[in-house]
Every structure is written in C-alpha cells, then in structure tokens.
Design a protein around this ligand. Structure first.
Ligand code: SF4
Length: 305
C-alpha cells in the first residue's frame, strides 16, 4: 500500500508547487499558514510569491511593522494568521525549531502545522493529518466520526518511515485530487484494493452544514483632501486592520449598501456620509490605501469614497 502510494505520487503528485521545492523552513511554514483557509491556486498566484518578495526571510518579517504584514495579507482573510506569523517571526527570527513540542509553543502553530513543518520542512518521520488526509483515512479504515486522536494514530500506523515526507505529501494529494469529498475517483486510487470504505465513501465523510450568521454593519464614509477616515479595528473579526468607522445610521446620509461574505458571516454593509463617528479615526491618503492593512470589505466600499 505504501509503495503503491509513492508510485502514484511520483506520477501524479503536485511536484511543481514552489513550497515543495525549497529547503527554506520559513517558506514551508509560510505556505502552511497561507494554505490553512485558502485555495492552493490563490495562494500560489496572488500571495505567496508577493509576500516572500516583501519579506524574504523570517528576520525581514520580524523587522517589519505589523501594518505592512497585514497589508501584504490584505484580502486573504483570517487576519489572525498574519498577526501570529509576525509574532512567531519576532520570537524566532533566525529559523524555526526542529522540535515539534517547541513549535507548538509558537503563536498560531497547532498540531497540524507543527507536524507539517517537521515533515515537509525537516523530513522527519512524523504523521500529518489535514482535512484531505483525514478524508482518506476515514474512508480507507471505514471510520465513522472518529476522534482526532484516532486519525492521528491511523496516520502513524500507515506512515512510511523510510520516505515520510513524500508519503505525507502523497496522502495529501490523494485526498485533494482523487479521494474527493463528493464522487471520489476510486478507479484511479492506489488504495482501491484494500480500502474498506470504497463502497460507500460518502458515508464516512458526512460533514456538518456550516451555519451562517447574518450581520448588518453601519459604516461612515468621510473623504477630505484626498484622505479617508478609517479606524483601527479592535474587534476579533478585523483586529488591527483598518476599517471604516461605525456611525449612527441616519437615513438622510445613506449612500449605499452591499453584501459581503467573511468566514461564517453574511454581511450587509450600509454606508453613510458622516462627519462624526462612534470610534477613533485615522486619516489615510487615498493613494496609499493599496499598501494599507485593509480587508476586501473596504476594497469593495471604495467605490463610494
Ligand atoms: S478507494 Fe476511493 S474511497 Fe478509498 S481512499 Fe481511494 S478514492 Fe478514497
């Protein structure tokens, strides 16, 4: 089974991904953080190379102001990832520990990321379980709603200790390209012969429906002398990012509204011309907005400035 998996990987794996062709641990770490909630293509085309050209080393990242780091993350969402990345760089500006336990002490690094760094960056013989690998394991072993600890021990059980890095990357690619959430391509799968779940694969990976929350926001828009009034958010959703300041929604000042989706929120954004705000403001030059830590919500609102 392990041999077949590696043969499949050799032929079909995503070998050209840039973070798979580097031995720079910072690059591996950055890719893992970016990929946590974002599609591979988006990371590869819009963020990973750009971020590395701005902050080529952990030291450069550590030395940068947080505003610059958040600006480079602008539009990628889940901004705590960028804040934690920055904090970790400050704590470990030269390199990252090779010890999984030490890695787990760093901000934003959980069990998956620590294992991924050890496996993909340091080629250690440790198991890795991400969403894709979990799906393969659940089906291969026919596990219904297993605990995380069960998945990690199954991953350890099948780990190829001779080629652990390639093995984990292969499992990840298998989950992402063959053992798909819907209609897995079992005929193309190297595990087909021994997979216990192949008759009813979807039985083992039923997912809970995401519950979305509706949210209505009331923001003020004030532009003076080519500068716009913004506010450094203290709220969890956009912490330390520049957002529009909240205002009292007065009908006579209404200028427009639009819909925006962010994580589990379905947001209606209502904009009002305003001179007075409910929050502290900073003035940002409109020409400098591009390099400011703003979210895609603010980018959408820009047409009303
Ligand atoms: S045989 Fe099918 S269900 Fe089993 S691991 Fe392969 S793709 Fe997934």
């Amino acid at each position: 089974m392990k041999k077949k998996l590696l043969e499949w990987y050799k032929q079909h794996g995503r070998h050209s991904l840039p973070w798979r062709n580097t031995d720079d641990i910072y690059h591996v770490y950055l890719s893992e953080i970016m990929l946590q909630q974002t599609q591979v293509n988006r990371v590869m085309e819009e963020y990973y190379p750009q971020f590395l050209s701005k902050f080529p080393t952990l030291q450069a990242l550590a030395d940068a102001p947080q505003d610059d780091v958040l600006a480079a993350w602008s539009g990628l969402g889940y901004y705590s990832r960028a804040r934690n990345l920055h904090k970790t760089a400050k704590l470990s500006p030269l390199t990252l520990s090779q010890d999984e336990k030490e890695l787990l002490k760093l901000p934003g690094i959980g069990r998956y990321t620590a294992s991924a760094i050890c496996s993909f960056g340091y080629s250690q013989a440790v198991p890795v379980v991400d969403t894709n690998i979990a799906r393969v394991l659940k089906r291969y072993f026919a596990l219904i709603s297993p605990k995380d600890t069960t998945l990690w021990s199954k991953a350890t059980e099948i780990l190829n200790v001779e080629f652990p890095r390639a093995h984990n990357l292969a499992l990840m690619d298998l989950g992402s390209m063959v053992c798909l959430p819907k209609n897995p391509k079992c005929q193309e799968c190297p595990f087909q012969k021994h997979c216990l779940g192949k008759e009813e694969p979807e039985l083992y990976t039923q997912t809970k429906k995401t519950i979305y929350e509706s949210l209505e926001l009331f923001y003020g828009v004030c532009v003076k002398e080519n500068r716009v009034a913004l506010h450094y958010s203290t709220e969890k959703m956009y912490k330390d990012m520049l957002v529009l300041p909240r205002v009292e929604p007065l009908e006579e000042n209404f200028i427009g509204s639009f819909k925006h989706s962010y994580t589990k929120y379905r947001i209606t954004v209502n904009l009002y011309r305003a001179e007075e705000f409910l929050e502290d403001i900073v003035w940002v030059d409109l020409n400098e907005l591009k390099s400011a830590p703003i979210s895609s919500l603010i980018k959408k609102a820009q047409k009303y400035f």
